[in-house]
Design a protein around this ligand. Structure first.
Ligand code: FES
Length: 251
């Protein structure tokens, strides 16, 4: 159906703020931030993400969970009078007075296709798919830029040595935001290197747990087919009740 709004009305609608419920009368502290050169006064306790929404920007891309987990909102900014480029997650970084924000294109994160079943479980796999790891100069910029406080440089070094276990453990909390890669002078895509390492470790570094192979056999034998079929026919409201009352592991 053709939209009844004109193109200009649609643009104006898309640009409306989605940050609601800010009672400005109760805001004690304000800061000024600059978005693409234009100054905005915003409440001091907002994150970059909510401050930009407060200023009228609406995020259609570059945002996801809003909780610091999905890695979609990685951001670069400068502070007033400071030459250094800072990085952070827009949904987790509090605005500061004189913060400058602009759009930047994302770094092209090289991600070659591979089939881990065809690879050997040694360090050569990293040199084959990510030869730039050999250019690591141990500058630690990747570690300093990680919003998860991961020891990124250490896990890259573990990859070079073929220490899959350290690599898998050290990168386990990576949210793939890409901030390490956009700062790396050697153009290493650390998070993709780590993903390859975790996949390899999962495939070759572990034996299949007994309970998992048992469950897979049950699935293949059709033990859950009827239950699954029933679930796919259950109305959403009923599914929500089932989900809320599901059996959970103790915390
Ligand atoms: S929106 Fe998901 S990490 Fe910020």
């Amino acid at each position: 159906m053709k939209s009844e709004m004109s193109i200009m009305e649609r643009i104006a609608e898309a640009a409306k703020s989605v940050t609601k419920g800010v009672d400005t009368g109760s805001v004690e502290h304000w800061v000024t931030i600059y978005v693409m050169g234009k100054g905005y006064r915003v409440p001091a306790d907002l994150t970059i993400l909510t401050a930009m929404e407060y200023a009228g920007y609406r995020f259609v891309r570059g945002v996801g969970c809003r909780q610091g987990f999905c890695g979609a909102c990685s951001t670069v900014y400068r502070k007033e009078g400071d030459y250094k480029l800072q990085t952070g997650m827009a949904c987790q970084t509090r605005v500061e007075d004189g913060m400058y924000l602009v759009q930047i294109p994302f770094a092209p994160a090289e991600k070659p296709a591979y089939n881990i079943a065809d690879e050997t479980f040694d360090a050569a796999v990293f040199l084959r798919f990510y030869p730039e790891v050999a250019r690591c100069v141990s500058c630690n910029t990747c570690t300093k830029s990680c919003p998860q406080d991961l020891e990124v440089m250490d896990y890259v070094q573990a990859a070079i040595k073929g220490d899959f276990e350290s690599l898998a453990e050290g990168s386990f909390d990576c949210i793939q935001c890409g901030l390490c890669a956009i700062r790396c002078p050697a153009e290493i895509v650390q998070y993709n290197v780590a993903q390859l390492g975790r996949r390899m470790f999962g495939r070759y570094g572990h034996s299949v747990p007994e309970h998992l192979s048992g469950r897979l056999e049950e699935i293949q034998a059709g033990k859950f087919d009827e239950e699954m079929d029933q679930l796919t026919r259950t109305p959403t409201e009923q599914l929500e009740v089932l989900y809320a009352g599901r059996e959970r592991e103790a915390d």
